[in-house]
Ligand binder design. Structure first.
Ligand code: WTA
Length: 545
């Protein structure tokens, strides 16, 4: 399977009209697989499953409900809720009626939610009663509707009960769109500025379908568990659409991480393909090898990892404990689907990200955008376009253009390629932090830190951590009248947790009397990093003091 063959399966994508939801759901119902389970859900307390036919009818109801609220094709409709069957029905319903879905991670606090809704001019958001208080009541003139799933009380506009919105005919309804029309908007971080909205298009399905075939190795009858939350691209592209385009059942686990529950999930559903992340594997490793011995993984055929570097040590653990090799694959929010992978048809090289997908030209380039020979470190770059490539940074053409150099898409990662065409990740070029596979922009954290009454200035970096890859460390100077203390550090961490998101809060805070800055006043994170790691600070000619 490759992109050209995928175009033959979905000819409308290049010229014509259709909808990714038709290909992921309705097509299977029409071909007689309506009774196949599309989604197995459990969170320890609740257990539920939905067939492709049920998702078709329920998401059609929701799509009609949105239409009735006045939502139009191209409008942004956000999702801000824990994993539950409703989340999947709503997501599919939004896309079904031609709107653009904006999935948000449930850990976001009010200001993170506000930034994203504001930036995208969101028209509606779907949430749950417990998260409702984090949806700002002001500054969002375009937000016309808040749809609440599972509300116990009567709601008045702009609030609507999800269950009420769903009161619509359940025969299939689909809005046809063109391949280039907006599908979903995932906010992600760079090293400067607020999070940016990465817009994807329906045509990305060609790529998701190919990834499903050649990387995730989907086969008929598979039970697939991708542990990523739909708030991140892995959760939507690899977690929902790639499998459903192949008619494969997905397993969704709500609730918190517990090693027993995770292993039990594989056993209980007979998971055949499992996609997770290095931090999760390291947490399972840390829980000890006696736990997995109690479970049966005999159905498991293929194990995948993405989001951060996968240590060879973790692959060796997988071989011993799961008796499976973990296959690392590389991509980004912006690439929309997997770009480079230890595919099942090539031998895994421990520590490498594997080889590019067929039809993808992946390369290492220098600072001028010239391709470099094997075994030379440089910028990991892709020759555009590819089917799942982002179509825009929402409302920010300049930012979008800044990704390209001499015709190449520049990833921001450094890597090298060996003589055999395997790629080896070396690190980020910019200051973006990758903690537990989650991408955190230091700027967003710094901005939140300086809102704390005690904080004058803050510089935020990632420091190496054996479990999480990196953890967030903040260097902070204090305002007059405040002095450093353990208690204050705890308070400041708590402040970021409550105002931004728990996963974005610094785990370490170091108080300083001053921070290294350029003459233009920009905090030099690379100097902070050098201090932290005891490395030479390099060129300090632009340092102010
Ligand atoms: C990092 C997640 C090493 C990388 C799909 C990239 C990886 C960023 C790998 C994108 C991997 C992703 N090995 N690093 N296999 N996969 N990364 O946008 O730095 O959340 O640029 O997308 O994660 O993170 P994002």
């Amino acid at each position: 399977m490759n992109f050209v063959e995928a175009e033959k399966v979905f000819p409308w994508v290049k010229e014509g009209k259709g909808n990714i939801v038709y290909e992921a759901i309705d097509r299977h119902v029409e071909s007689g697989a309506g009774d196949t389970v599309a989604l197995y859900y459990s969170d320890g307390e609740r257990e539920e499953s939905l067939t492709f036919a049920e998702i078709q009818s329920k998401s059609s109801q929701f799509a009609r409900g949105l239409l009735q609220l006045g939502i139009q094709q191209g409008d942004r409709v956000f999702l801000f809720m824990p994993r539950s069957p409703d989340l999947y029905i709503a997501l599919i319903g939004i896309i079904r009626m031609g709107a653009i879905a904006g999935p948000l991670f449930e850990a976001f606090m009010e200001s993170a939610v506000r930034d994203r809704l504001q930036d995208s001019g969101a028209r509606a958001i779907v949430t749950t009663p417990s998260l409702l208080t984090r949806i700002p009541q002001s500054d969002l003139p375009e937000l016309a509707h808040v749809i609440v799933a599972g509300a116990k009380e009567e709601l008045a506009a702009p609030l609507h009960a999800f269950e009420q919105v769903m009161k619509q005919p359940d025969d299939p309804f689909i809005q046809e769109v063109s391949g280039e029309d907006g599908l979903y908007l995932h906010y992600t971080s760079g090293s400067t500025g607020k999070p940016k909205g990465v817009l994807h298009a329906h045509a990305g399905l060609l790529h998701q379908y190919v990834s499903g075939a050649v990387v995730y190795d989907f086969r008929p009858g598979d039970k697939y568990w991708c542990t990523a939350d739909p708030g991140w691209i892995t959760g939507t592209s690899a977690g929902i659409f790639a499998p459903w385009l192949h008619g494969v059942s997905i397993v969704v686990r709500g609730g918190r991480f517990r090693s027993e529950d995770w292993y039990a999930t594989i056993e209980k559903y007979g998971v055949t393909v499992w996609f997770s992340a290095p931090t999760a594997f390291r947490m399972l490793m840390a829980a000890g090898d006696d736990v997995p011995k109690q479970f049966d993984f005999s159905k498991l055929r293929h194990v995948l990892s993405a989001g951060e570097p996968l240590n060879p040590e973790v692959i060796r653990w997988g071989e011993q404990v799961l008796q499976r090799r973990i296959h690392d694959n590389w991509w980004m929010t912006e690439t929309g689907s997997t770009i480079c992978a230890n595919r099942p048809d090539i031998p895994v090289r421990l520590g490498s990200m594997g080889k590019p997908l067929p039809g993808i030209h992946l390369a290492i380039v220098d600072s001028k955008g010239n391709e470099l020979p094997p075994n030379t470190m440089g910028d990991l770059a892709i020759l555009p376009p590819w089917p799942a490539m982002m179509r825009a940074i929402w409302g920010n053409e300049e930012k979008y253009q800044s990704y390209f150099r001499n015709g190449w898409y520049i990833s921001g990662d450094s890597a090298y390629r060996d003589e055999d065409g395997y790629f080896w990740f070396q690190g980020r070029i910019d200051d973006v932090i990758n903690t537990s596979g989650e991408r955190i922009g230091p700027f967003e954290v710094e901005s939140k830190l300086v809102e704390h009454p005690a904080v004058a200035e803050a510089g935020v970096i990632g420091i190496p951590d054996p479990m999480r890859g990196e953890i967030i460390k903040a260097f902070v100077t204090l305002r007059q009248g405040y002095s450093p203390s353990e208690e204050l550090a705890v308070q400041i961490k708590q402040f970021v947790k409550e105002k931004l998101a728990a996963h974005a809060a610094p785990r370490e805070i170091e108080f300083r009397s001053g921070l290294p800055k350029t003459r233009s006043g920009k905090i030099m994170r690379r100097v902070l990093k050098a201090w932290e790691l005891g490395l030479p600070t390099g060129d300090l000619s632009t340092l102010e003091e």
